[in-house]
Design a protein around this ligand. Structure first.
Ligand SMILES: Nc1ncnc2c1ncn2[C@@H]1O[C@H](COP(=O)(O)OP(=O)(O)OP(=O)(O)O)[C@@H](O)[C@H]1O
Length: 530
């Protein structure tokens, strides 16, 4: 059997080159080692691999063997310049029998004085990938040797092909790594932004400005009123203000004033003493007490009964509560944030809301823009909900052509919640691996049947455009038809009965009512049934 050391030089070069390149994908380590084999085993000296610079304007010696650092650094060629430039341009092999007799041989890297006195030749072969030159492999040799030039050319072409594969894989890896690093950076930034803003997504100037306002009031206990249509994120913002302020370690307690019947709301907020009313079998603290040290968020404050408004005023002025059926004042240290989709000034004018309470609550009003006024955020929100529901429902669907454009042009009467519900439905019901524009259209048609037609009178649309300056009245929800699927207290019985029929199984109960489980749970929470 032949051992490696008995192989002819060129076979040994090829064998060891293959082994070297198989061991590592680091050209800085492997290419000079291959050039060294060429020099030591077959006398092809001062090997160099020349590759284009990133600017694409110059060729530069990247890897070499037998060149000193300053010689390697001098090896820079313009495109088409000298033998190297010519091989790169034409993709053809070039053999210079006598470097002293060839004006194209530039002695750019190596001075003539450093070469042997004898006649020196230079061979340059292209490094081809998919028949295109991506670089040049060049070597010197003494002309007077027993090995023919043809044998050297053959050997160099094979080695160049092997180097080409290594360089190609390396370049693909570099591209891929750079892409992943970019992605990673973008994700890290997005995550940091999300964490900074408690998952409040959106880059539109409208949202940024509201986040700014909310950030500025977070630090003190000033009473904030969040104004905005249903689903614009009022609760999300209330939580954000709480989390950004000094009360963050304390509780955030939420009550939806429209979801609880007026008769029960008082006890819900202020608590009750045992025997205060039928069913009050024990003392129970109200949500205002439970929020002690934290924030009490009163959602849909505009729906609060006028009698109860007087008690709320006292709570705000004195920070004291008296439980229903009790006669003792209990001090509470709370911040109050309220929210409403109603025009409270109008409610005051109609005698439905106390003016003094309005002033107390309206210390800092913050208006949350409806989604149609910040269509710039739709894409980011849609992608976020897509990822979220894909993960939750173990699906992997993507958005087809035209979907994002359609989502951006839709007026979203139900705002972000509607977009969220739509994406969930689209993810669950998508027939293929892509959500098509037709599927989205189908869901939107269904939705508008439920939430009522969206009327945007021509003059309202123009008015909105003229209001870009920002000092106009907020768009009233009345302008856009009835609010999108607000949770109606009358639904409570329906939900209870569905739960009873499904023996507490929420998935089945949701199915019976034609709701998604999330929508069902949302209603339970809003109505205080969970
Ligand atoms: N900027 C946002 N980024 C991501 N999700 C959001 C954003 N704003 C709102 N959401 C999501 O949209 C849904 C509706 O938000 P939220 O309940 O805060 O609205 P709302 O104005 O309080 O609605 P309602 O008046 O009907 O109670 C929630 O699931 C919330 O997590």
């Amino acid at each position: 059997m032949t051992t490696d050391s008995e192989l002819p030089g060129e076979s040994l070069v090829l064998l060891e080159t293959a082994q070297l390149l198989g061991r590592s994908l680091q050209p800085e380590a492997t290419v000079p080692a291959v050039l060294r084999l060429l020099s030591e085993l077959v006398g092809l000296n001062r090997g160099r691999v020349v590759l284009p610079d990133d600017d694409g304007q110059h060729l530069r010696i990247r890897y070499s063997y037998g060149l000193r650092p300053h010689e390697r650094d001098r090896g820079v060629y313009r495109l088409g310049e000298g033998i190297t430039g010519d091989v790169m341009r034409t993709g053809r092999v070039c053999v210079v029998q006598d470097v002293d007799a060839e004006p194209q041989h530039l002695f750019r890297a190596v001075d003539r004085a450093t070469l042997p006195d004898e006649t020196v030749s230079f061979i340059a072969v292209p490094i081809l990938v998919d028949a295109m030159p991506i670089g040049v492999l060049g070597c010197h040799r003494l002309r007077a040797r027993s090995r023919g030039f043809q044998a050297d050319i053959q050997l160099l072409r094979i080695v160049a092909a092997m180097l080409g594969q290594t360089l190609r894989i390396r370049s693909l890896m570099d591209q891929r790594t750079a892409w992943l690093e970019d992605q990673n950076e973008a994700l890290r930034e997005a995550l940091a932004r999300q964490q900074q803003y408690q998952g409040i997504l959106g880059d539109s100037p409208q949202l940024r400005s509201v986040l700014d306002e909310a950030g500025r009031v977070a630090d003190n206990d000033v009473t904030v009123m969040l104004l905005g249509e249903s689903g614009t994120g009022k609760e999300r913002f209330a939580r954000y203000i709480h989390e950004q302020g000094p009360r963050a370690p304390g509780p955030f307690i939420c009550i939806n004033c429209s979801a609880i019947p007026a008769t029960l709301l008082e006890a819900e907020i202020f608590g009750h003493e045992r025997g205060a009313f039928t069913g009050a079998v024990r003392n129970r603290p109200g949500k205002a007490e439970l929020a002690d040290g934290g924030t009490l968020f009163l959602d849909e404050i505009g729906d609060m009964d006028v009698d109860l408004q007087a008690k709320l005023l006292r709570l705000i002025q004195e920070r004291k509560v008296q439980r229903v059926g009790g006669d003792r004042d209990i001090s509470v240290d709370i911040r109050i944030i309220t929210a409403t989709h109603r025009n409270l000034q109008e409610a005051v004018n109609l005698g439905q809301f106390r003016l003094d309470l309005f002033y107390r609550l309206n210390v800092v009003p913050i208006r949350l823009p409806p989604l149609r006024e910040r269509t710039g955020d739709v894409v980011q929100l849609a992608r976020h909900f897509l990822d979220d529901f894909n993960a939750r429902h173990h699906r992997d669907v993507t958005l087809g052509p035209g979907v994002l454009a359609r989502l951006q042009s839709y007026p979203w009467p139900g705002n972000i919640r509607q977009l969220e519900n739509l994406m969930e439905r689209a993810v669950i019901t998508a027939r293929g691996t892509t959500i098509t524009a037709a599927e989205i259209e189908h869901i939107l048609n269904d939705e508008s049947a439920v939430s009522g037609p969206v009327h945007v009178p021509p003059d309202a649309a123009t008015a909105r455009q003229q209001n870009v300056g920002g000092d106009a009245e907020p768009a009233d929800s009345a302008v856009f038809g009835r609010p999108y699927q607000r949770v109606d207290p009358a639904e409570a019985d329906q939900l209870r009965s569905a739960l009873a029929r499904s023996r507490g199984n929420k998935t089945r109960a949701a199915q019976m009512l034609g709701l998604s489980v999330r929508q069902f749970r949302y209603r339970l929470t809003k109505l205080g049934l969970d």
